[in-house]
Write a protein that binds this ligand. Sequence first.
Ligand SMILES: [Zn+2]
Length: 177
Amino acid sequence: MIFCPRCEGNGVVTKYLVKRIHVCVYNCDECDMVWREGEDISQISHKSLDDLLEKNGLEISMSEIEPLGDYWLIWFNRSTEQFAGKQKLANISRDLLRTLFGKESDDQMIYVYTVRRKYLHDLEPFIHVPVDFSKYAYFIELDENIGGKITAESENYIRDFAQAIAKADAADRKESV
Ligand SMILES: [Zn+2]
């Protein structure tokens, strides 16, 4: 995940395709700033998505843009909370993810989602590694730059993961009694 330099860890920057003009932009979900490809995302931008859409005669709507990048399965060691591995979920559809995670049909699915044991059946065709829920907590994330960057990102991010793991554990325990 890439964080917005203006929103200090709250804004998530995602790569999108502006569908009707075939232009790629990076957009912050909090402040609406955009960067064009090649621009430095660690620097504050002075352009907004609304302006870009308006200038191109497009509707000011998230339906004009579609997230780019791949979905990845990533896993963290439950006891050390350290990043432990990743695998690209090739050809997984956004619709399947929306259904699994109970999201609306217009949800862009750009965040991190906690994988529960009960989702494994539907995810099985896409997962090519052994899964061990007792050792690892699994998440699905959209990101074209995933991997080494994860642990180097903000402490908030890691803390959020730890909280998500604890929540997933609690939910799984509840289900198993
Ligand atoms: Zn922002």
